[in-house]
Design a protein around this ligand. Structure first.
Ligand SMILES: NC(=O)c1ccc[n+]([C@@H]2O[C@H](COP(=O)([O-])OP(=O)(O)OC[C@H]3O[C@@H](n4cnc5c(N)ncnc54)[C@H](O)[C@@H]3O)[C@@H](O)[C@H]2O)c1
Length: 255
């Protein structure tokens, strides 16, 4: 028996980075997995590599219609939803002084609105099963400030607050659905690598020396292990928690 044997999991942003590792690990532990992403080619390739227990659905997480379609496709194929990993996200460089309103709104649309829609339709679907687990990808940016990423930090703060709201709502109405957020420091994924390659030298004090910074970054598999634990019944008493996965970064920064 796998640790999430026969559960049905939706993972957003599963074409790349952390979401890809989440989908592979959950499937390895017995789940049937629905991978969603804007990137169809890469998403389909990951689903094909996993095999028959995987389905890929193209989705923009900021679209309400897309969320309805993903839930419908999941129910049609696998009969319901037990696990939702809200993982897709975008990163935007910019401080409070130079972030434009357009950039701010673009990030909130995906990272905040997209997670609201995911939690809303996830809870509605899980209510039919009378149980479930939602895992929301936040960041240490929600806690530490991170001056170089104004819009992103605020969007991840919204994810943390939404997580607590969903957890307490589900407890209040005894829905038996848990909701927790994950707060990593840097992870070796295309998100960070792409940001570096599109940024002019000197713009990013936090990751100026990418090689040095990468040496202390997490592997996506480190995050997937925590996602698996929170998705599984092993974490049945953990609800509304902010899980820091940063190799002690926070206490190190405050020492
Ligand atoms: N990489 C890090 O250092 C780091 C640190 C903390 C938190 N996170 C968070 O982890 C999550 C995964 O990030 P990653 O590092 O694997 O990034 P990634 O860029 O490798 O993967 C993100 C995926 O999300 C997809 N995506 C983007 N916008 C989408 C949308 N509107 N609808 C559907 N899919 C969309 C992309 O196509 C991509 O496949 C994100 O929420 C990110 O904010 C990352």
């Amino acid at each position: 028996m796998g640790r999430v044997q026969d559960k049905v999991a939706i993972i957003t942003g599963a074409a790349s980075g952390v979401g890809k590792e989440d989908a592979i690990l959950l499937a390895k532990e017995g789940a049937r997995v629905v991978l969603t992403d804007l990137n169809e080619d890469a998403g389909r390739a990951v689903a094909a590599a996993i095999g028959e227990q995987a389905l890929f659905v193209r989705q923009d997480i900021s679209s309400e219609d897309d969320w309805k379609a993903v839930i419908q496709a999941t129910e049609d194929k696998f009969g319901g939803v037990d696990i939702l990993v809200n993982n897709a996200g975008i990163l935007q460089y910019g401080t409070i002084e130079d972030t434009t309103l357009e950039q701010w709104q673009k990030v909130q649309r995906v990272n905040s609105d997209g997670y609201f829609l995911g939690c809303k339709y996830g809870v509605l679907a899980m209510k039919k099963r009378k149980s479930g687990s939602i895992v929301n990808m936040s960041s240490i940016a929600a806690i530490s400030g991170m001056s170089a990423f104004c819009a992103y930090s605020a969007s991840k703060g919204a994810v943390a607050a939404l997580t607590r709201n969903v957890a307490i709502h589900c407890r209040r109405f005894d829905l038996k659905i848990r909701c927790n957020s994950i707060h990593p420091d840097g992870i070796k994924t295309p998100m960070v690598a792409n940001l570096h390659s599109t940024t002019k030298p000197g713009q990013m004090p936090e990751v100026k020396d990418l090689k040095q910074a990468m040496s202390r970054m997490a592997d996506p598999k480190d995050i997937a292990n925590l996602v698996l634990f929170l998705a599984s019944e092993e974490s049945r008493f953990i609800n509304g928690a902010e899980m820091h996965i940063d190799n002690g970064w926070r206490i190190w920064a405050e020492r």
